[in-house]
Design a protein around this ligand. Structure first.
Ligand code: NAP
Ligand code: MG
Length: 496
């Protein structure tokens, strides 16, 4: 990143797209209504956004269906789709500073993270699915010589995607990149708190050569636009990332409409299990701090439960607390800032309420716990650490989605596994130990979609990501994600 960028000056020069993108054009909402897009950096109004509802979803789905039926995208050879998606990845890369700035202004994450974390990962995702799509072969079944059975994968048609605000563009890319690569048309509804980057990328997609109607973005509210997409009779699949509560609604919408395929990436309560025999306790402490304070803890796999072996409890917690102090909330537009704003006033209050609940239920507040920087007009919470947490307490059971760590002590590996698995969620777990046999035994016993050992890094786009239990259904990332956006067909030919 160019250290000389004056991000505030750049912000004053931005042109922000604020209309829905349907059928290859920016349009107002059919109702003419808009909603305010407020920056959590300082509470200012950035722009008014078209408030799409059921009528706009109908228009977008119709455009997507027409584009699918006439084959303007799925009728192109995979190599042609490859070229367009790789061009889109290049355009995102070229416009990464603008996209990062939109993301930071819209939802408050530090600009360095938006630029070097989110934008890079989006470019990698779009390029990866683009490059993959002309390298995947179908199958022939092992039948008798008297028959030929082809097993082929075909695009579904119209895919709806509904995504959250914590990694707005990246969560959208995890859906639209594989869905488009497979040949589908897409209707995306971004979160009301963070529609800006999706709208800009829709425009870049058109510039890259995605034909009109193939990629549509309808900003609006969950209860209206989101629900309309979930219940639409002409949508073949709905890919959702967000809370477990809303994820369940999409299963209901599907059951009450056309039984569309629903895939869900929902909440988590990641246990980060630190044994006394960890190879490097400083690295483990850094993993614990980064794991809960990155993106202000607004991360589905945030390491929100720190399970620490009793004999290293005091020493380890002081290391984590020392690192936490380096995560003081600051101006998200300053490249040195590590902890930015919470997404909005509602989420800030929700997190502060959880902190009060933790104190009421008897956990010990070891660090932080307060709202800060109110003078900016934005929404900021200090890095917060609770000690002496019991796994039955609310702060250990519910997803807080804020910079709040709950520390729980254990004595044996069996006890650690029991506590780790005692959760409605099963997205991820982290382990720190030098004993590989122990690590593998525990990894097998954990009911989660990803286990990381001696690192918090669970890999890039090449590995699947998603949850067991109420963390979701299906996987994003990797070639496995394509399973969600294709149907499998058997074609049987009698050769006798
Ligand atoms: P959310 O409230 O569930 O919202 C997610 C999306 O669903 C938004 O676009 C939202 O629209 C829409 N929505 C809300 N209510 C709806 C309804 N009644 N019908 C249809 N759609 C509706 O989640 P969030 O607060 O934005 O995001 C945080 C959550 O996302 C956390 O639980 C986090 O764990 C999860 N997440 C999971 C993953 C993963 O990969 N597992 C990754 C990132 C985040 P509005 O914006 O209008 O509310
Ligand atoms: Mg929301």
């Amino acid at each position: 990143m160019n250290a000389a960028i004056d991000w505030r000056a750049e912000a004053s020069r931005l042109t922000i797209r604020n209309q829905a993108f349907i059928g290859g054009k920016f349009v107002d909402a059919a109702s003419g209504e808009t909603f305010d897009c407020v920056s959590p950096v300082d509470g200012t109004l950035l722009v008014r956004i078209a408030a799409g509802d059921g009528r706009d979803i109908d228009l977008a789905v119709a455009a997507a269906r027409t584009a699918f039926e006439d084959g303007r995208w799925n009728g192109q050879p995979p190599k042609a789709r490859w070229r367009v998606l790789v061009r889109l990845a290049e355009l995102i890369q070229k416009n990464a500073n603008e996209l990062a700035l939109l993301e930071t202004l819209d939802m408050g994450k530090p600009i360095a993270n938006a630029r070097n974390g989110d934008c890079r990962a989006v470019v990698e995702c779009v390029r990866w699915y683009g490059e993959a799509i002309d390298k995947i072969y179908d199958e022939i079944a092992p039948t008798a010589k008297t028959a030929l059975a082809l097993i082929t994968r075909e695009p579904l048609g119209v895919v709806g995607a509904v995504v959250p605000w914590n990694f707005p563009l990246l969560m959208a890319a995890w859906k639209f990149a594989p869905a488009l690569a497979a040949g589908n048309s897409v209707v995306l509804k971004p979160a009301e708190q963070s529609p800006l980057t999706a709208l800009r990328v829709a425009e870049l997609a058109a510039e890259a050569g995605i034909p009109p109607g193939v990629f549509n973005v309808v900003p609006g509210f969950g209860e209206t636009a989101g629900q309309a997409l979930g219940r639409h009779l002409d949508v073949d699949a709905l890919a959702f990332t967000g809370s477990t509560e809303v994820g369940k609604l999409f299963l209901k919408y599907s059951g009450e409409s056309n039984m569309k395929i629903v895939s869900l990436e929902c909440g988590g309560k990641t246990p980060n299990i630190v044994f006394a025999d960890a190879p490097d306790l400083d690295a483990a402490a850094k993993g614990a701090a980064d794991g809960i304070f990155y993106n202000s803890g607004q991360v589905c796999d945030a390491a929100s439960r720190l399970l620490v072996e009793d004999k290293i409890h005091d020493a380890f917690l002081s290391k984590v607390a020392a690192l936490a102090k380096t995560y003081q909330p600051g101006d998200p537009l300053n490249e040195k800032t590590q902890l930015g704003a919470m997404v909005d006033a509602v989420q800030t209050k929700r997190v502060l309420d959880f902190i009060e609940r933790g104190k009421d239920e008897g956990a010990e507040l070891a660090l932080g716990g307060r709202q800060v920087r109110q003078e900016t007009g934005g929404f900021y919470i200090e890095p917060t650490i609770f000690d002496a947490v019991q796994n039955r307490m609310t702060i250990a059971r519910e997803e807080i989605f804020g910079p709040v760590l709950s520390t729980i002590v254990f004595k044996t590996p069996e006890e650690a596994v029991k506590i780790a698995n005692d959760s409605q969620y099963g997205l991820e777990a982290n382990l720190w130990t030098n004993d590989l046999t122990k690590a593998h035994k525990i990894a097998r016993a954990l009911r989660v979609g990803t286990v990381t050992i001696n690192t918090r890094d669970g890999g890039g786009i090449e590995v699947p990501f998603g949850g067991y239990k109420q963390s979701g259904i299906g996987r994003d990332k990797s070639l496995h994600a394509l399973e969600k956006y294709t149907e499998m067909k058997t074609t049987w030919l009698d050769l006798s």
